[in-house]
Design a protein around this ligand. Structure first.
Ligand SMILES: Cc1cc2nc3c(=O)[nH]c(=O)nc-3n(C[C@H](O)[C@H](O)[C@H](O)COP(=O)(O)OP(=O)(O)OC[C@H]3O[C@@H](n4cnc5c(N)ncnc54)[C@H](O)[C@@H]3O)c2cc1C
Length: 459
């Protein structure tokens, strides 16, 4: 049968759009969820991970943040469950602690948040989360996880062979689609330069925030709230305490610039003692000796979606695309939402540029939330764009209303923060009307401090 040149080219393009061999660089959360999104009959998904992976839920070098607390936004947990049905039940069975974000003792910039039901989330250590997700992904047909395999570069293939060769210390791995999920320190920028692509513009906002965390054994019933959050602000340090598996709480001190807590116990306890409420300091008195710190927390966004001549068959997800200041707890949720977008896109011909733009839309709101807050810190050393300043000021106004008992304002912030509603919700006429009323007639009584410990006398 005779085939015209355009038909042949069309068939060639369609053939190339069929993604049969996927290589994912990095086997942490974003890489695992991307693999889950693409696992399907007739397709191989190979995840290449530099670390030798532990058998159980243990911290590992490639994820140094693994010893720090991880909270998962409600939308993120829903997305992970959608990608990997059964993860939620397995996490609970392994000891993850369900809690309601509306019953965390939450001290914001304007005072204590009112108590009331919000969203259920699970609280657990990062290694346990990764372990359960990895276990599910490795059971998917066609998925292979090769640990101890560092990727060293990318090469284009030929028009007749595979589109890509992914270089490792061993044999190169062929791929129709390569997904970079190698995290904040991704080597993709220099690899692209070697390919003659880019460079991509990168935006960075770094408020120089540091974490210090200790594990505390807390017998059940000692603490009467679901968690404790003393929010960090431009003027003061902050901290949190969250229950994780095994009757243990992770107690964390957070500070920016010169206020970053140090590794030694005195600095950790000293930061907690400086906070406007004694609860975290009281918990830390029970802490084990080891304090672990983490200081690589700047927001960093690569604008790959704007690079001219972006190569087909190359995607970037997770922290490799956009890493956030982790105090806002957004990274896993963004990776999960990108994976859902990837899954949907892969049902038809995969257009990588279009998909990168879609990832950009996933990133936009969390990026706005994180950077508009961080730019308020003198340590960020940047100018707050007008739109971000307005967004941040209005969110603080809603927080102030919440701290004076306005449940609608508090719940609206939570819905947007947990990516359960569009940010436009915050401009609902009912909220604007309440703000005007509060300004004219007063904000009402401040929300009282909740009782935190069972053996504490009431306020
Ligand atoms: C202190 C801290 C606290 C955090 N808390 C939260 C939180 O509360 N909630 C939340 O949602 N998120 C939190 N995050 C962010 C979250 O950890 C990440 O967003 C999430 O892990 C997704 O990251 P990732 O998979 O893209 O990259 P990473 O988790 O950084 O993993 C990258 C992986 O790639 C591997 N790798 C790197 N280079 C190569 C290579 N050349 N070849 C092969 N493999 C390679 C690494 O070994 C690693 O396994 C926190 C981060 C930090 C730093």
């Amino acid at each position: 049968m005779l085939v015209s040149q355009s038909e042949a080219e069309g068939a060639g393009v369609r053939e190339r759009e069929q993604v049969r061999r996927v290589v994912v660089v990095g086997g942490s959360i974003a890489g695992l969820l991307a693999a889950a999104a693409l696992a399907s009959p007739g397709r191989s998904v190979t995840v290449l991970e530099r670390d030798a992976l532990p058998v159980g839920p243990e911290p590992r070098p490639g994820v140094p943040q693994g010893r720090q607390p991880h909270v998962f936004l409600h939308r993120g947990l829903l997305a992970v469950e959608e990608l990997l049905p059964g993860v939620d039940a397995d996490l609970r069975a392994a000891g993850a602690v369900p809690l309601d974000t509306g019953y965390i003792a939450w001290l914001g910039e304007s005072g204590w948040a009112p108590r009331g039901p919000q969203y259920e989330i699970l609280s657990l250590t990062r290694p346990l989360f990764e372990h359960v997700v990895r276990d599910h992904v490795c059971r998917l047909a066609g998925v292979e996880l090769r640990d101890g395999t560092a990727v060293t570069g990318l090469r284009r293939g030929s028009s007749t062979g595979p589109r890509w060769w992914v270089d490792t210390a061993g044999d190169p791995v062929p791929a129709d689609l390569v997904i970079d999920a190698s995290g904040r320190s991704s080597r993709l920028p220099p690899w692209l330069v070697a390919l003659g692509v880019g460079p991509a513009r990168t935006t960075r906002v770094d408020a120089r925030v540091g974490y210090a965390t200790a594990r505390v054994a807390v017998p059940p019933g000692t603490v009467t709230v679901d968690g404790i959050e003393l929010l960090q602000t431009p003027d003061r340090s902050g901290g949190s305490a969250l229950p994780v598996e095994g009757d243990t709480w992770l107690v964390t001190a957070v500070g920016a610039g010169a206020r970053r807590p140090g590794r030694d116990r005195a600095s950790f306890v000293g930061t907690l003692a400086s906070l406007p409420d004694p609860s975290l300091h009281d918990l830390a008195a029970r802490a084990e000796a080891e304090v672990v710190i983490h200081r690589q927390t700047g927001n960093q966004r690569h604008h790959y979606d704007r690079v001219r001549g972006w190569p087909d068959g190359l995607l970037v997800v997770g922290d490799a695309l956009c890493a956030f200041n982790p105090v806002y707890g957004q990274g896993v949720t963004v990776a999960a939402l990108e994976a859902l977008a990837l899954r949907d896109a892969a049902r038809g011909p995969l257009r990588t540029r279009r998909l990168l733009r879609r990832f950009g839309r996933v990133v936009d709101l969390p990026w706005r939330i994180a950077t508009s807050e961080d730019l308020r810190y003198p340590t960020a050393g940047g100018r707050v764009p007008r739109a971000s300043a307005l967004f941040s000021a209005w969110t603080r106004e809603l927080g102030r209303m919440g701290a004076h008992g306005d449940q609608l304002a508090q719940l609206s912030i939570a819905r947007v923060y947990h990516v359960m509603a569009s940010p436009w919700l915050l401009l609902h006429p009912a909220l604007v009307a309440r703000s005007v009323r509060a300004r004219l007639r007063g904000y009402g009584d401040p929300t009282p401090r909740p009782q935190v410990f069972a053996d504490e006398r009431g306020p």
